[in-house]
Ligand binder design. Structure first.
Ligand code: ADP
Ligand code: 5GP
Length: 203
């Protein structure tokens, strides 16, 4: 059975990186997709783990060779998902979480079938601001820039299959992981794997 692609978007500070990392720990068959970006590496981030950090020339080369499933300008920097990396994992039966912005998610929806779209909401914009300040990795100017487009991003939430409010982290993860479990059990996905079982009653 091919893996499932979970497409996760949220305004900055909602806690999506936190939830996606928790999911990769909880589910042995789930990996977080490693995007390419031209943004500067933050302290503590690891090249090839958090992102592939590349310059504009490398990124633009990948765009011109058609290597991205989707890419977008987000908060003034470029971010993209490698089609080859994603397909390789899905074909192996691994499920993959794509933590991408709302523009990228809209493009994936057009180009790929079977994806599960999840939007993470902070309990309030103030909470998102406090979390970004508490994370201590972005300048006050960068935080302002990110929160400036949060309302526009949140307006896209109804286009997603699921919305998870990340107020209490444990409760939010319970919802997030329940979505993952339910999607794994969808009959449309499981049907192929059942072929030949139960004396041919199914499949
Ligand atoms: P995003 O990836 O959406 O920008 P992060 O996952 O980096 O957000 O979270 C931003 C900050 O908020 C981090 O310091 C994280 O530890 C913290 N955080 C995440 N979820 C919660 C929560 N439910 N309550 C309080 N703080 C949280
Ligand atoms: P950050 O700089 O905080 O890691 O991420 C900024 C924004 O870029 C987030 O909304 C994140 O989801 C988005 N992003 C990260 N990787 C990709 C990607 O490959 N494609 C797109 N479209 N957005 C991405």
């Amino acid at each position: 059975m091919s893996g499932i692609a979970y497409i996760v978007s949220a305004p900055s500070g909602a806690g999506k990186t936190t939830l996606c990392k928790m999911a990769a720990k909880e589910f042995p068959d789930i990996r977080n997709s490693v995007s390419y970006t031209t943004r500067k590496q933050r302290p503590g981030e690891v090249n090839g783990v958090d992102y592939w950090f590349v310059d504009d020339a490398v990124f633009d080369g990948m765009v011109s060779r058609g290597e991205f499933l989707e890419y977008a300008d987000v908060y003034g920097k470029k971010y993209g998902t490698s089609k080859k990396d994603l397909d390789a994992m899905l074909e192996k039966g691994m499920s993959v979480i794509l933590e991408i912005d709302v523009q990228g998610a809209a493009n994936v929806r057009k180009r790929m079938e079977g994806g599960v779209f999840i939007f993470i909401l902070p309990p309030s914009l103030k909470a998102a601001e406090d979390r970004l300040t508490g994370r201590g990795k972005d300048t006050p100017g960068e935080i302002k820039r990110r929160l400036g487009i949060a309302a526009e991003e949140i307006r896209k939430a109804p286009e997603y299959d699921y919305i998870v409010v990340n107020d209490d982290l444990d409760k939010a993860f319970e919802t997030f992981s329940s979505i993952i479990r339910a999607e794994k059990a969808r009959s449309a996905r499981v049907k192929g794997a059942l072929k030949g079982f139960f004396g041919g009653l199914i499949g």
